[in-house]
Design a protein around this ligand. Structure first.
Ligand code: H79
Length: 611
């Protein structure tokens, strides 16, 4: 039975991979507009989306009864703070007690708003209600499970909306459609409240009236982040209706993709990488990859990655979870913006209403960087480069290219750019021009000795005309027959292989099951003999697995060599192949696994030999 299931999954995977050409970008222009429930012209849509597209950096706030537990209950720990009722199977009668003790007396929305301003945030999105159903405002259609019943009593949303708007920050709301507390919610798996469930009554008597309260009592809402349409028999029609209802309350509101309204799904050029990744389904006004950054740019698609400050999957406050570093979060923001998306960075205040000091520090560090470098983030668009020959990212605005340099070069910085350069300078010192030399492929910037910023230093290059990238970005290979990790199809039942990233390069990793394999669509321009090279890494203890590369009817067997470490990549020649020109599939399979994993791969390269 298990075997049949696996086979079925495998066939479905294969079918979904047909007709896909690996490429770096895919244009989605017009797609979301075509299926939107908003009645508007494309110009009106662009106008409505404008603030969101320019904002680039928002804050997610998860706050509720669960914040009191901080991930711990009666000596047991849940990885996830806001799911604790479900994760630790806390009896409803016990969880209900939390309403008697929620009293955020230290809540100071004015101070919060100041902190958010200092962090450089452009919008905030707060959980008005999470899956446990507790409401942060005193709802008229709820008399047992909202802030009005707690010792605190006062509405938490209005003062926050007011204070953040004073700081020019857009107020947005999160709202869970599923509700573990409400007896009418028809969710099966997660419905902790026992009752005579009735979806239509839940929608009409509870969900919609609550949305009406939120959209009529709190001024202009920038965006609503629906979540949790699973567990019940919520369907596309319900999704369409809730979008239409929401838009009828405030036509300019931006709606995320979790309303549940199904629109025809586009085939992504990199489908194999995003299959089943959470939040990629195209619905609403923009897509919401959760804890995940799309592997490449998606021009024409509005998107926002949400990620939490904690190193583990907790969104609500957690007492024990370690925090991410400033560097990690800044690089995350820069990477996202360089791909054309937004970052919605999540924090969880304590039940007393305090923002943990570690979070304050992270936010202020990011804010300090943005004071100097915000110009290179806000209102910018994605990088024109597929790849840069240094560790860093690029964003652009008008005739300015912003290079966010992670590793400061010891000599010059080379950029594969054809345009005339008007001038180049450091963003933290615009008065001083940087000397620019021009080579055949690159412009070369003579940088000062020391990096202005240890995490990311921004160099501005002002250019003439539309940006023109030098064709061949990769200097190491003739003919550009480089098949990168992100272009590979990862295959298995299920597939353990994943794409990871070291030093700014994507690589194939987690190849822990010898029955999984990878494939590339290869197109060769010349019939000749090729050196076949793998840019690869493997530890000494794992080296030695036997592999075969098959291209057309040619086979190449080799033993995986060691490079010293899983992140120490070397270009290794695995052999020669005589191949004709044309389109092929290059299939790389393993025969065995001698250590923890088989191999890590950045690229497969066919280097034509001179005749
Ligand atoms: O609000 C945050 C999550 O609680 C919510 N979306 C973000 C923004 C979310 N709800 N459900 N899911 C995400 C997907 C389901 C995840 C689960 Fe689990 C996996 C539920 C149980 C296992 C993650 C890990 C949540 C609890 C443990």
């Amino acid at each position: 039975m298990k075997k049949t299931l696996k086979l079925l999954v495998f066939i479905i995977c294969l079918v979904s991979m047909l007709n896909l050409h690996a490429q770096n970008k895919q244009d989605f222009t017009g797609l979301q507009y075509k299926y939107t429930t908003a009645k508007e012209t494309i110009e009106e849509r662009n106008q409505r989306m404008k603030w969101f597209r320019e904002a680039r950096f928002g804050l997610f706030i998860h706050w509720g009864l669960y914040s009191q537990l901080g991930g711990e209950y009666k000596g047991r720990v849940s990885v996830n703070g806001e799911w604790i009722q479900n994760m630790l199977n806390i009896p409803t009668s016990e969880y209900n007690e939390l309403i008697k003790t929620f009293n955020p007396i230290k809540y100071n929305p004015k101070e919060w708003a100041q902190l958010f301003k200092d962090a450089g945030l452009k919008y905030i999105c707060i959980t008005t209600k999470h899956h446990d159903g507790f409401c942060l405002w005193d709802s008229k259609v709820n008399d047992d499970w909202d802030i009005g019943v707690t010792p605190y009593k006062k509405d938490l949303l209005a003062p926050l909306a007011k204070e953040v708007r004073k700081q020019d920050i857009t107020f947005c709301i999160y709202h869970s459609i599923l509700d573990w507390h409400h007896p009418l919610w028809p969710g099966t798996v997660n419905n902790i409240a026992a009752g005579q469930t009735d979806k239509d009554r839940y929608i009409n008597e509870y969900l919609y009236p609550q949305l009406k309260e939120l959209f009529t009592q709190y001024g202009d809402i920038g965006m609503i982040w629906f979540d949790g349409t699973w567990g019940g028999n919520w369907n596309s029609e319900d999704g369409k209706k809730i979008e239409e209802y929401t838009r009828s309350l405030q036509p300019s509101v931006i709606i995320n993709n979790r309303s549940g309204y199904e629109i025809p799904q586009p085939k992504y050029a990199f489908q194999e990488l995003i299959n089943n990744r959470y939040g990629f389904t195209v619905r609403g006004d923009y897509i919401t990859p959760e804890r995940d950054v799309p592997p490449v740019q998606m021009p024409g698609m509005d998107w926002e990655t949400c990620q939490t400050v904690w190193k583990q999957n907790t969104w609500g406050y957690h007492r024990l979870a370690p925090y991410r570093s400033t560097k990690e979060l800044l690089h995350l923001l820069i990477d996202i913006v360089a791909k054309g998306g937004n970052l919605l960075l999540n924090i969880g205040p304590t039940a007393e209403g305090e923002i943990p000091v570690q979070i304050k520090e992270l936010l202020l560090n990011i804010g300090q960087w943005l004071v100097v470098n915000g110009e290179a983030i806000y209102g910018t668009t994605a990088s024109p480069f597929d790849k840069l020959p240094f560790s860093g990212r690029c964003t652009q605005k008008g005739n300015k290219l912003y290079f966010h340099v992670y590793k400061w070069p010891t000599k010059e910085l080379n950029i594969p750019l054809k345009n005339q350069v008007i001038r180049a300078y450091l963003l933290d010192n615009p008065q001083v021009n940087i000397k620019v030399d021009r080579g055949p492929k690159f412009i070369s910037l003579k940088l000062p000795l020391n990096a202005p910023d240890p995490i990311a230093s921004v160099i501005v290059v002002e250019i003439e005309g539309d940006v023109i990238v030098t064709e061949n970005n990769d200097t190491s290979v003739i003919n550009n027959n480089v098949y990168k990790a992100e272009m590979a199809k990862l295959i298995g039942i299920p597939c353990d292989i994943k794409i990871e990233e070291f030093d700014n390069f994507k690589s194939i990793g987690y190849w822990t099951d010898a029955s999984d394999w990878v494939e590339w669509s290869v197109e060769l321009k010349t019939e000749t003999e090729y050196d076949v090279i793998l840019d690869m890494a493997c530890t000494a203890t794992s080296a030695g697995s036997k592999m075969t590369l098959t291209v057309a009817d040619k086979k190449l067997d080799f033993i995986v060599p060691e490079t010293g470490a899983w992140n120490k990549f070397k270009k290794v020649k695995i052999g020669k192949m005589r191949l004709s020109d044309g389109k092929f599939t290059a299939v790389l399979k393993a025969h065995n696994k001698t250590g923890k994993a088989i191999i890590n791969i950045r690229s497969l390269i066919f280097k034509p030999l001179k005749l």
